[in-house]
Ligand binder design. Structure first.
Ligand code: FRU
Length: 489
């Protein structure tokens, strides 16, 4: 039983033996990933502090070490020279002060005066379990040494908003720092609050960011504002949105609005409709950074709150997505796997053929962690697709129904079930006459990029080790297929 007491135990107070026991259970898990960021033990959630500083990429994640549940959150630090090979650095922020006693919650990073500043939410609870959020700063120097500021930089919740006020994302414009926060109005609707500062220490409440999503869920988490190709992009994770056709199928959503650049004077964002970033099963709370090559790169949490996962019994849960490079095309964000991921590729196999009312397997097409690209053209078939992680009684299907023009990701037969209350299929409409799939498969996940990142589907799957088959099929007609596969390191 995960009592409150157990959820709020500190790793510092636990005997080393307990940690080794947890590690042994994790080690025995058949679903450990090979090229994704995952916790050594316990639960990972949001990516935090994603940045490039002192010649390296830094990425932190929300971490509860002592079990696969949401408990006392720490920031765990990973770093990398290439966004592909990541090194464990260790715990970065510990929730051990009066202002973050119940969790060092999500936040972001920015370089200032030669140091890397973290702006995060300190979550606290009083004797009656009443929440109070503080907004806090920690500073990392060039030696990687991190020090928290003695007191929070924002202690008050502005009038008109509840204690759901968190997840600062900071950026700099001219000489001013700005930060957006996820918040809830007293009437229990979600929104974004804007603050400004000249030194990251003294913050001024600028007001709410005006959008045309007045009543859109009860809370907006993890906002991120940035500009790309001269447009303003606001990413956030709203909670409480009802499903609508094929959209908004997950427990909570994550997406963006795109439009004019944010008017910092009027605090207004003129924008278009809310678009989901990912049409799959497991995606939430993403964060972006601008890298030295000028790329806007996004990483998301490959998981969702309030859902049990099969790895729980092995004492760990969740991973982060692969990094995706963003661009804007025809009023929409495109998301492409970053180029550096090609480094993971080993030998390549390729096939160019026609599939006509049949199911085919090809030599060299199998595996547990690989990258597969497939281009489908000239389709007369009513339905065609790829079956992955195929075993005796298991398969994960990615298919196209040309009658309805829908891409369908079906995990009903993938293996151990997960989140079934929210359905076992995800769909979206794609109208194009050729279709390209770029798929990253790891031991327990699939990330599907369609037509150069026009749509993305991310999902965890929990097949048995033996299910490694790959097959292609077409029904009610034919399709041309050009496909390549690389085993990944
Ligand atoms: C989103 C979130 C954030 C919060 C963090 C706590 O998943 O709820 O709003 O800061 O997780 O771990």
């Amino acid at each position: 039983m995960w009592t409150v007491e157990k959820r709020y135990r500190r790793i510092e107070e636990v005997e080393i033996e307990e940690i080794s026991n947890l590690m042994a259970k994790v080690k025995n898990c058949p679903w450990r990933q090979t090229f994704h960021i995952q916790p050594e033990i316990g639960l990972l959630n949001d990516p935090n502090g994603f940045s490039f500083y002192n010649g390296e990429y830094h990425l932190f994640y929300q971490w509860f070490p002592l079990g696969p549940v949401h408990g006392l959150k720490y920031w765990y630090h990973k770093k990398s020279k290439d966004l592909v090979n990541w090194e464990n650095v260790g715990i970065a922020i510990r929730p051990n002060d009066y202002f973050d006693s119940h969790g060092a919650y999500s936040g972001s990073a920015i370089e200032h005066n030669g140091n890397l500043y973290f702006f995060y939410t300190g979550n606290t609870r009083d004797e009656n379990w009443k929440r109070h959020p503080y907004q806090c700063i920690a500073v990392m120097d060039t030696n990687g040494h991190i020090t928290k500021m003695e007191k929070p930089v924002i202690s008050e919740i502005p009038k008109g908003y509840t204690d759901h006020f968190r997840d600062p994302k900071v950026w700099k414009e001219n000489d001013t720092f700005y930060a957006v926060f996820g918040a809830q109005r007293t009437e229990e609707t979600g929104c974004i609050l804007l603050y400004s500062s000249l030194d990251l220490i003294e913050w001024t409440f600028e007001g709410e960011v005006g959008t045309n999503l007045e009543k859109f869920g009860f809370m907006w988490e993890c906002p991120d504002y940035f500009e790309l190709q001269n447009q303003g992009v606001l990413v956030f994770s709203p909670q409480g949105i009802e499903p609508e056709g094929d959209k908004f199928q997950n427990i909570y959503q994550s997406g963006y609005v795109l439009g004019e650049r944010l008017d910092l004077e009027k605090k207004v964002l003129e924008h278009g409709q809310f678009i989901e970033l990912d049409r799959g099963f497991d995606f939430y709370a993403p964060q972006t950074m601008l890298d030295p090559k000028g790329r806007r790169i996004l990483v998301g949490w490959m998981g969702l709150p309030e859902i049990d996962y099969p790895t729980d019994k092995n004492e760990w849960a969740h991973c982060l997505t692969i990094p995706r490079e963003l661009s804007i095309h025809e009023g929409k964000l495109l998301q492409k796997p970053i180029k550096e991921l090609e480094k993971l590729r080993k030998e390549k196999v390729e096939i160019d053929t026609e599939i006509d009312n049949e199911t085919r397997r090809f030599k060299g097409f199998y595996g547990e962690s690989y990258e597969l690209s497939a281009e489908f053209t000239n389709f007369t078939a009513e339905e065609f697709g790829i079956e992955l992680r195929v075993g005796e009684n298991e398969k994960t299907t990615i298919k196209y129904d040309s009658r309805t023009k829908q891409v369908i990701f079906d995990r009903s037969l993938s293996g151990e079930p997960v989140g079934e209350a929210f359905g076992t299929e995800r769909k979206c409409t794609i109208g194009s006459s050729t279709l390209t799939f770029r798929i990253f498969v790891d031991t327990s996940s699939i990330e599907l990029f369609i037509n150069d990142g026009e749509e993305v589907f991310t999902g965890r799957i929990f097949p048995s080790k033996e299910s490694q088959g790959i097959q292609f099929y077409a029904k009610g007609g034919a399709v041309n297929l050009e496909t390549s596969l690389w085993q990944l390191d």
